[in-house]
Structure formats: C-alpha cells, structure tokens
Design a protein around this ligand. Structure first.
Ligand SMILES: NC(=O)c1ccc[n+]([C@@H]2O[C@H](COP(=O)([O-])OP(=O)(O)OC[C@H]3O[C@@H](n4cnc5c(N)ncnc54)[C@H](O)[C@@H]3O)[C@@H](O)[C@H]2O)c1
Length: 169
C-alpha cells in the first residue's frame, strides 16, 4: 500500500497543469485530494474526473491571494475533511516581463500568491501537524529561484524565497 494512501493531501492551484498532474498522481496513490483553485470550471472537471475513476477528491474555490479566504477555507476543510497530512503549495503566477514593465498590481499579485499565500496556508495547517507530530509541507519552487532568467526577475525573487524557506525548515 502506498505511504500516502488514506492521507489528506491539499494542493493549491491543483486544477491545472503541474497541480492537476500532482492531484491525479496523489489520488491514484489512494490519497484523499483536496483541491483549491480559482478556476471553477477546471476545479469541477478535475474533481469529478477523479471521483468518476473511483478515487477521492474534494474541490474548494479559494483565491490564495486573499488571506481571509485562505483562513475561512482552511477552517471549512478542517471541519469537513479533517487534518491535512500533506500541504502542497503549488499555485503560482508569472507575468514574464522586464522589471520596469511590471505594474504595481502585478507586483502585489506576485507577492501575495507566490510568497504570502505559502506563509498563510502553512500558518493555517501547521498547528494540527505539530500537535499530531506528523505532516509534510511541499513547496513548488522553481529553478528560476537559483539561476538568473531573463524577464523573470520578479518571479525569481519569490521563488528564491520559497527555496530558502524550505532549506531552513
Ligand atoms: N510551468 C513551469 O514550467 C514551471 C516551472 C517551475 C516552477 N513552476 C511552478 O509550478 C507551479 C505550477 O505551475 P503551472 O505552470 O502548472 O501553473 P499554471 O498557471 O499553469 O496553473 C496554476 C494553477 O493555479 C491556479 N491559481 C492561480 N492563481 C490562483 C489563486 N490566486 N488562488 C488559487 N489558485 C490559483 C490556476 O487557476 C491554475 O489552476 C507554480 O508555482 C509555478 O511557479 C512552474
């Protein structure tokens, strides 16, 4: 039996691309996948497809750029699903342009999703993990956090922070 069978695994941005792949792989391994995403169409499609194959998934609309939504949705998950065993901070945004071309809104959005959301979700789920003395926090960082990439200076800053935080913990 897989070591993640029957574990509750929460994946932010789990309804598309890398997050979606992770969601499927974890579900097939027997985990109960809890998907957070802002794309309702993709969220419903992925959740239903996993259930249709006989695996377990629950989708929640949650915009991780909004601290209050993270706190409220985390509370709901704890009441409806229980303790989260593995938290995967996957949701991320990239604008890909020269630093001086970023609008203030784009900078704020990148900080909120690529950095602050990680801190907020960890704050929401770590207490129960510590109490149970079990749990894992996975951060989807990027090679852009360790090497210079043209037109990704803003993105690279927070991906570096992601990697740095992981290595320290
Ligand atoms: N694609 C790559 O080549 C690559 C390389 C290295 C690292 N990464 C990292 O991997 C992660 C996933 O990348 P991807 O390419 O699959 O991303 P993507 O943009 O294709 O998908 C991201 C998912 O997150 C969701 N999302 C976006 N903003 C959100 C928000 N505010 N709240 C909740 N959900 C939100 C989107 O709806 C989408 O389902 C990101 O953290 C990214 O930085 C990607």
């Amino acid at each position: 039996m897989s070591i993640i069978a029957n574990k509750n695994v929460l994946i932010t941005g789990g309804a598309f691309r890398i997050g979606k792949k992770l969601t499927y792989l974890m579900a097939i391994e027997g985990a109960h996948v809890v998907i957070w995403d802002i794309n309702r169409k993709h969220l419903d499609e992925v959740t239903n497809a996993i259930k249709k194959r006989g695996y377990t998934a629950t989708g929640y609309y949650c915009d991780v750029s909004d601290k209050k939504q993270i706190e409220d949705t985390a509370q709901k998950v704890k009441e409806e699903i229980g303790k989260i065993d593995i938290l995967v901070n996957n949701a991320g945004v990239v604008f890909g342009k020269s630093y001086w071309e970023y609008s203030d809104e784009e900078i704020q959005k990148t900080i909120k999703i690529n950095l602050m959301a990680h801190l907020c979700t960890i704050k929401a789920f770590l207490p129960e993990m510590r109490l149970a003395n079990s749990g894992h926090i996975v951060t989807i960082a990027s090679a852009a956090g360790i090497t210079g990439v043209a037109n990704l200076s803003e993105y690279a800053t927070y991906k570096f922070e992601n990697l740095d935080n992981c290595l320290r913990e």
